[in-house]
Ligand binder design. Structure first.
Ligand code: ADP
Length: 471
């Protein structure tokens, strides 16, 4: 089977969050199951782009609104990721340093999608499945089925995976002329709440829709930023497939970012050495439990609760822990977190940045990873933490609920709580400190979580089985 993944991100070419990790790993595992999986993404100007050799695969052009654009498709020459990686460059629109955040993102991602469909329409053969990811690529099924120029692609099956339903790519109807000429009877497929809603359109047009965990699939039927009714309506073709993690990248026994490699055989010693490095770097006391938070500093992750929760925890728990934060996001949250540094020198630090290496060192060296998320479609951080023997302290929501069992329950290894509130975070932190103080149980819990099967193998097969139901 030939599968074409289309995505805005793919690790290690360009990563803003979990989407990149999934698109960087799933095709590799699909290849190892004997299928041909390829990734097509925008050409972002990243280190990976400059560090690797590329060959030109195709040159073409298309119209968007009143403009015409030339585009070039390049392929990474050495197949370093274990699958063919194609990047689309559109002069003036895609060759930029950041993945998102530009005023013309609507134009950029619409143009990217048109270029992908235009390129595919020139192929002599047809792939079995076009698998699109999130709203940046969710107009592709519509274009393939209802834009006159691409009607001959209409029979190709499409799958949409939703990594986050909060972001939908809304655009006003004034931008409808950006799309290649479409069957005007089908305009309703583009619309949700009087706007063009690419994510909603993808849900309506794709043959199958998946979310990145079964728990999140249930959740979006009552909490999906306005699309709840649509998910109930289209429920028949929707399912949840939990993300795996790429053991080639996330393995404490081989990870080159961390100071000391370890496995279940020497987990306590290994974690201690990695913790020492972190504590030395940030001036923390190694004997205290070390909590970390890694992620986007936004309301979805309950990041705005962190300053008050940490301040109160320092008061209530008499400074019996250290806390390190790595992330970036809303300015007000970044400032509030940074302002606390002076008050808790030797116990608390915030790194406002995106730092892949430090994130690996934190998963390896921390005792606890806090995730009080309001919304967590799957969550990869808790899976990485588990693999590195770091206890996940998570709110029971979406994929967190599907992947973490409280250490008080049979076979448990995490600390779970119900509400995204300061009180629940405090209670969970105090339970974590209790766990830290019992070395025997902590050791058992670490061994248990490191052995939980979280690899992509099973999930990659689930996707293949899903494709088989439609092809
Ligand atoms: P998201 O909702 O952001 O996609 P996920 O848990 O699915 O959340 O994935 C987050 C991914 O991004 C993980 O690989 C995590 O380690 C990484 N990450 C998030 N923020 C940072 C950061 N500031 N520095 C390094 N890695 C980060």
């Amino acid at each position: 089977m030939e599968i074409i993944h289309v995505s805005a991100e793919c690790y290690p070419m360009a990563k803003a969050g979990g989407l990149a990790d999934v698109v960087g790993a799933l095709p590799k595992y699909q290849q190892s199951l004997g299928h041909t999986a390829k990734v097509v993404m925008p050409m972002h100007r990243t280190k990976f782009l400059y560090d690797n050799e590329w060959v030109v695969e195709h040159k073409g052009n298309f119209g968007m609104g009143a403009s015409r654009y030339d585009f070039t498709v390049i392929r990474e020459k050495r197949n370093k990721l274990g699958f063919n990686l194609f990047c689309v460059d559109i002069f003036g629109l895609l060759d930029r340093e950041s993945i998102y955040g530009y005023a013309d993102d609507t134009e950029r991602f619409t143009a990217f999608q048109i270029a992908v469909v235009e390129w595919m329409s020139q192929w002599e053969h047809q792939p079995d499945v076009v698998h699109v990811h999130d709203h940046h690529t969710a107009l592709i099924p519509f274009m393939m089925q209802h834009c006159y120029a691409y009607n001959h692609l209409a029979q190709i099956k499409t799958v949409l995976t939703i990594h986050n339903a909060q972001y939908q790519g809304w655009m006003g109807w004034d931008k409808s002329s950006y799309l290649p000429e479409w069957d005007s009877w089908k305009g309703g497929l583009l619309e949700w709440n009087n706007m063009i809603n690419p994510l909603a359109c993808g849900v309506k047009c794709a043959d199958k829709v998946t979310t990145v965990s079964p728990g999140y699939m249930q959740e979006i039927k009552y909490n999906a930023n306005g699309l709840e009714f649509l998910f109930n309506l289209e429920g028949q073709k929707c399912s949840g497939i939990i993300n795996g993690i790429d053991y080639a990248v996330w393995d404490p026994a081989k990870d080159t970012y961390i100071l000391d490699n370890f496995s279940t055989k020497d987990v306590d010693e290994g974690k201690e050495l990695n913790k020492k490095k972190l504590c030395d770097d940030f001036g923390f006391d190694i004997t205290l439990p070390l909590f970390v938070f890694i992620g986007r500093l936004v309301g979805e992750k309950s990041a705005e609760l962190l300053p008050e929760a940490i301040r109160r925890a320092f008061i209530y728990m008499g400074g019996k822990f250290s806390f390190l934060i790595l992330g970036s996001g809303e300015a007000a949250i970044e400032i509030a977190l940074q302002e606390m540094e002076g008050d808790y020198i030797g116990y608390y630090n915030t790194q406002i940045s995106y730092n892949e290496k430090l994130s690996h060192q934190m998963y390896a060296g921390a005792d606890f990873l806090l995730m009080p998320s309001r919304v967590e479609p799957c969550g990869l951080n808790q899976l990485y933490a588990m693999r590195y023997g770091t206890v996940p302290v998570v709110r029971r929501t979406g994929g967190l609920q599907d992947t973490v069992i409280d250490y008080g329950d049979t076979d448990g290894y995490g600390v779970c709580f119900s509400q995204a509130s300061v009180d629940d975070i405090l209670h969970a932190m105090s339970r974590s400190i209790e766990l830290y103080e019992d070395e025997t149980i902590l050791h058992e819990v670490r061994l248990r979580m490191m052995q939980v099967e979280t690899s992509w193998e099973k999930s990659a097969l689930e996707y293949i089985n899903l494709y088989l139901t439609i092809s």
